[in-house]
Design a protein around this ligand. Structure first.
Ligand SMILES: *Cc1c(COP(=O)(O)O)cnc(C)c1O
Length: 381
């Protein structure tokens, strides 16, 4: 019998916020009283705490993850005309960040098992103009730091990590954000570490990059009213930083809870492999922080993805697709000259992937209900 009384949301942030609600309100009150809304004390405190958590020297808060990517590239000297390699299967903001830095984005395909950037494809895309690689730690799993470092060293490229989905992810002993020239994070509310609005940060070990970032985010003025370079207004609000200061100490625990739920999914899905449902592969064990838990509904599956998604929704289980259209096929970026067929793996994945409920506090019972419901729908189709 199919259980029609389920109610499993895709994400549930209230579970995360309830126990610390009082602390969050206090932190906000304290900023209201102080009135240091722009570049205030709580921001400086959060920058120090976040840099320490990532194992790097510097962190500079900015308005959002998109700006973090653009400003990181700019601050490290990426210039108009420089080519930056990035995966085609990412959230569009990765591409927008590169374009806002006025660099030339070079998209490449991904690995079918992990959905992470394919470094062999990246190697083929290198030209004399290539200056950097921008790997995306997609769904919370880091691209292999050792392979990235070897790749960058062999081709004399800078590494900029898009770590918007990978706060405190680890792999091969490295923490996300610590492996390249600089890394970008987002604090969009549903990320593993989320603000109560937009926010972002750049981390780096390079003091010059950090200093340049502080200027760029603040109208290009290292000194008030003296503008030494063309900057912008992109700061992380003190209010948002105050909330993030309360949440950061809980992040490791929340990530662990996600990883535990994912392990449960993995175990239950082993019996559905012959039915054509295959989870995206985890190659970094506990270091994978599962921003999303994604499975592939392959052509061997008796039910098509859209029908499965609708039926799950009817039964009270919310799912998502991250992302249904790869960057190179987005209407706004036709002018970049890509076409269907350019990145076959990314295109196939976009048609197969389904993101299942995943958030800290998702219970073992709920995971079981999700997988059992899928199993029953397959049996009934
Ligand atoms: C969320 C996200 C961004 C952008 O962050 P915003 O804060 O929304 O600007 C960039 N890259 C990836 C992979 C993301 O998931």
């Amino acid at each position: 019998m199919i259980n029609t009384a389920l109610k499993i949301p895709f994400v549930d942030l209230t579970l995360q916020h309830e126990p610390i609600q009082g602390q969050i309100e206090q932190a906000i009150q304290s900023v209201l009283q102080k009135g240091d809304f722009i570049l205030g004390k709580a921001l400086a405190e959060f920058e120090t705490a976040f840099a320490t958590a990532c194992g790097v020297q510097y962190a500079v808060g900015v308005a959002c993850g998109t700006d973090a990517i653009a400003l990181a590239l700019q601050a490290a000297g990426i210039k108009p005309g420089d080519e930056v390699i990035l995966p085609a299967n990412t959230f569009i903001a990765t591409l927008i960040g590169v374009l806002h830095a006025q660099a030339t984005p070079i998209l490449v395909d991904c690995d079918p098992e992990t959905a992470l950037i394919d470094l062999k494809a990246a190697e083929k895309a290198i030209t004399p103009k290539t200056k950097a690689i921008l790997p995306v730690h997609l769904y919370g799993q880091m691209v292999s730091p050792q392979q990235l470092k070897d790749f960058a060293a062999a081709h004399n490229l800078l590494i900029f990590e898009d770590a918007a989905q990978a706060h405190l992810a680890e792999r091969e002993g490295y923490i996300a954000g610590s492996i390249g020239k600089a890394a970008a994070f987002s604090f969009y509310p549903s990320k593993n570490l989320g603000a109560v609005g937009d926010g972002g940060i750049v981390v780096t070990n390079d003091p010059d990059v950090a200093q340049k970032l502080r200027s760029l985010r603040n109208y290009g003025a290292p000194q008030k009213y003296i503008h030494t370079e063309p900057g912008t207004n992109s700061r992380l609000d003190t209010l948002q930083a105050a909330v993030l200061n309360v949440k950061l100490p809980h992040l490791k625990q929340w990530n662990l809870q996600r990883n535990t739920a994912a392990k449960e999914y993995d175990v239950l899905f082993t019996s559905l492999k012959n039915k054509g449902i295959i989870p995206i592969q985890n190659q970094s064990q506990t270091g994978h922080i599962y921003h999303l838990y994604v499975v592939r509904i392959t052509e061997n599956c008796p039910i098509n993805r859209e029908i499965l998604q609708t039926k799950l929704a009817d039964l009270g289980i919310q799912t998502g697709i991250h992302y249904p259209l790869p960057c190179h096929l987005q209407p706004a970026y036709k002018y970049l000259g890509y076409k269907e067929g350019d990145f076959p793996v990314a295109e196939t994945l976009a048609k197969q992937i389904l993101s299942l409920p995943m958030y800290p506090g998702l219970s073992q019972t709920q995971v079981k209900q999700v997988v059992e419901t899928i199993e029953q729908l397959l049996g009934a189709s």
